[in-house]
Write a protein that binds this ligand. Structure first.
Ligand SMILES: NC(=O)c1ccc[n+]([C@@H]2O[C@H](COP(=O)([O-])OP(=O)(O)OC[C@H]3O[C@@H](n4cnc5c(N)ncnc54)[C@H](O)[C@@H]3O)[C@@H](O)[C@H]2O)c1
Length: 267
């Protein structure tokens, strides 16, 4: 490696990003393209994913939209197959798609439980499995899963969401143990509070307008919990993902990176 820039360079590499229509997934796709990767974008929101693809193109890379519902195994397999069919390889898999849930255990319906498990856990499992099958023959690749700071801060109404994200962290570590001998790395990020559509429900009116006063209160409340004194941006997470998928992290696997402003600091 001749230069620090080479360590973060993704030129000639191919990435798949789920949840690519918005927030962390969008920032990740654009950041990986900025580092040189072509990106295949999976999301249920095709219009949003196309907007991300336009930004990927503006960065000079190819962005391909594949409508993907991560709860459907066949969709996730087809997403990865498309990347391999179009580019001949898969170097990076980012399982970002996820949905929030706030409800007490006693009030949670079977339908809610099934839906959160399907998107946040089974969707990530499908993505990991499809990526492994594509990466093993080439004996290289890097998988990144999105867990959550919720795994470190138990709180009322977070049980269902938190248990899916804890399971994603454990899947990441177990898979890292399986994948290492194949030359494949598997890591996760557990972001703190990030300003995206995901968090917007806390400060948006039913008609979609952002309530500036609630937004200020949200930032003060959650930013105030962090030693760094602020909530995060999608780019804060995307740069962590860039590190983990790049050669700069070639000795890093099975780790949970916590870009959270310092809210929790587990060993
Ligand atoms: N924003 C936060 O504060 C925060 C904190 C910790 C972890 N996370 C995690 O980060 C990830 C991304 O969240 P975000 O903040 O960017 O949210 P976001 O709502 O901005 O983006 C989520 C994306 O996932 C897509 N999606 C939802 N269900 C899908 C499905 N079944 N199949 C395919 N795509 C689907 C949505 O269309 C959307 O584009 C999620 O896994 C979330 O749990 C977010």
């Amino acid at each position: 490696m001749s230069d620090v820039r080479d360590a973060f360079d993704l030129s000639g590499r191919v990435a798949v990003v789920t949840g690519a229509a918005s927030g962390i997934g969008r920032a990740t796709a654009v950041t990986l393209a900025g580092a040189g990767a072509d990106v295949v974008l999976g999301d249920v929101d095709e219009k949003g994913a196309q907007a991300t693809a336009d930004s990927v193109a503006a960065a000079g890379r190819r962005g391909t939209v594949v409508r993907t519902d991560v709860t459907r195994r066949a969709d996730v397999d087809a997403l990865v197959e498309r990347a391999v069919a179009e580019h001949g390889r898969l170097d990076v898999m980012c399982n970002v798609a996820g949905i929030p849930h706030n409800n007490l255990v006693v009030d949670t319906t079977d339908e809610e439980l099934e839906q959160i498990l399907a998107v946040n856990l089974k969707g990530v499992f499908y993505g990991c499995r499809a990526a492994m099958r594509a990466m093993i023959p080439r004996r290289s690749g890097s998988i990144v899963n999105i867990s959550s700071g919720a795994i470190d801060t138990p709180a009322p109404t977070l049980a269902v969401y938190g248990m899916t994200k804890a399971a994603v962290a454990m899947l990441t570590m177990d898979l890292a143990a399986e994948a290492g001998p194949h030359g494949i790395r598997v890591n996760a990020l557990a972001p703190g509070v990030i300003l995206t559509n995901f968090s917007a429900r806390h400060f948006t009116d039913p008609d979609g307008t952002v309530d500036e006063q609630r937004l200020r209160g949200f930032k003060e409340r959650f930013g105030g919990m962090a030693p760094l004194g602020r909530v995060g941006t999608p780019e804060d997470i995307a740069y962590g993902i860039l590190y983990l998928v790049s050669d700069a992290a070639s000795f890093v696997t099975g780790q949970i990176l916590r870009p959270n402003g310092g809210v929790s600091m587990p060993w």
